[in-house]
Design a protein around this ligand. Structure first.
Ligand code: NAD
Ligand code: MG
Length: 336
């Protein structure tokens, strides 16, 4: 990364007098639309008539319009519906109404990188990807902060696509934290790898495997929950604030010795080899193909695997314990 863009690098004029339309009012759609509005941008929300988030958007002061109507005449169209639903929405309801010189904005490079969406040559195609869930994009913005963003330009029809992307990242609060330029390929592949191997897949399997090991050895499931799940947040907070050094500073010498002498037996050469395999499936398109086929055939495996995760016994133990923590927000839909 050769440059880290901050507030002074963004040209706010790039969004002046431009009609922005946010399609979708879920995690990112809601957070970004509200931030754009508070930044003084002319923004509207486009939704499916009768869609699930229509009433929610109305409740938050929007007058949602059907997607086609929203796209008609818009200068900037943000596709913030689920990745698997974007191709159909784009082909049927966006592309026919898009005016030449408009910009299409993505929050993840998936559909462009894997060729599921191929916009016409006469529009800009950019990405502004917040490195955090939509609820945090909103929450941080309200506190005067921001979530770091990546931006990329796939197609520059107007000659000012990069300037627009940076202005957009600025308007949703990204430049307050820092914005880095990347490519659709790099963002897509690293994002998928991160969520599969480390953040979602890796972290939850590590937690569950540790919990099962203790419980199978006869230890109290509640105690195992505190040890393997609850305390993880405290460690991650230290890593987030100051890397490995800060964690080492706060844990005991015994914890440090255990970490240094045992950690590499948990994540060993074989684990690294499998991480490389997972990365290869992302790079050669096998993961994208598998997920698209799964979605197209009714997501049966996906729902079965999700249910199995939700049925894991650590979930019941967690629910019991968390119901006693007064400080945990039981916020529905605060997704990661
Ligand atoms: P989401 O599932 O939270 O939002 C769904 C929204 O789209 C809702 O308003 C829903 O009503 C609407 N919708 C669902 N299906 C639709 C359809 N067929 N046609 C029209 N509208 C439909 O989505 P999200 O997680 O915010 O993801 C949006 C984009 O942001 C994706 O490209 C995703 O990869 C990216 N992204 C998400 C996160 C995150 O934290 N969730 C982080 C970074 C990037
Ligand atoms: Mg898992």
């Amino acid at each position: 990364m050769d440059k880290f863009f901050t507030e002074t690098d963004a040209n706010k004029e790039a969004l002046r007098d431009r009609r922005v339309v946010v399609l979708g009012y879920g995690s990112q759609g809601r957070g970004q639309a509200l931030n754009l509005r508070d930044s003084g941008v002319d923004v509207a929300v486009g939704l499916r008539s009768g869609g699930t988030t229509w009433a929610q958007a109305e409740g938050e002061g929007w007058e949602p319009v059907p997607v086609e109507t929203a796209v008609e005449g818009a200068d900037v169209v943000c596709l913030l519906v689920p990745d698997m639903d974007q191709p159909e929405l784009y082909q049927q309801h966006v592309a026919p109404h898009l005016k030449p010189g408009a910009a299409v904005v993505f929050a993840h490079g998936f559909n462009i990188h894997y060729d599921a969406i191929a916009p016409a040559d006469n529009v800009d195609v950019i990405m502004v990807a917040p490195k955090g869930p939509g609820a945090l994009v909103r929450e941080q913005f309200e506190q005067g902060r921001g979530v770091p963003c990546l931006f990329a330009v796939h197609q520059d029809a107007t000659g000012s696509a990069a300037e627009l992307a940076l202005a957009y990242a600025d308007a949703i609060g990204g430049t307050r934290a820092g914005v880095m330029q990347t490519t659709f390929r790099e963002e897509t592949e690293t994002d998928l790898f991160g969520e599969q191997a480390v953040l979602c897949g890796g972290a939850t399997e590590l937690v569950c495997a540790g919990w099962e090991t203790l419980v199978e050895a006869g230890y109290d499931p509640q105690l195992a929950y505190f040890e393997c799940l609850h305390e993880l947040k405290l460690i991650v907070d230290l890593l987030y604030e100051g890397g490995l050094a800060r964690m080492h500073k706060f844990v005991s010498d015994t914890a440090k010795y255990g970490d240094l002498s045992r950690g590499k037996r948990v994540i060993d050469e074989q684990t690294r080899q499998r991480m490389k395999e997972i990365l290869a499936e992302i790079q050669d398109g096998r993961f994208a193909k598998e997920w698209r086929e799964e979605h197209a055939t009714g997501s049966k495996n996906y729902h079965a695997m999700l249910q199995a995760d939700l049925d894991h016994p650590i979930e019941q133990v967690g629910q019991q314990l968390r119901s006693r923590f007064a400080w945990i927000r039981q916020e529905e839909g605060a997704t990661a």
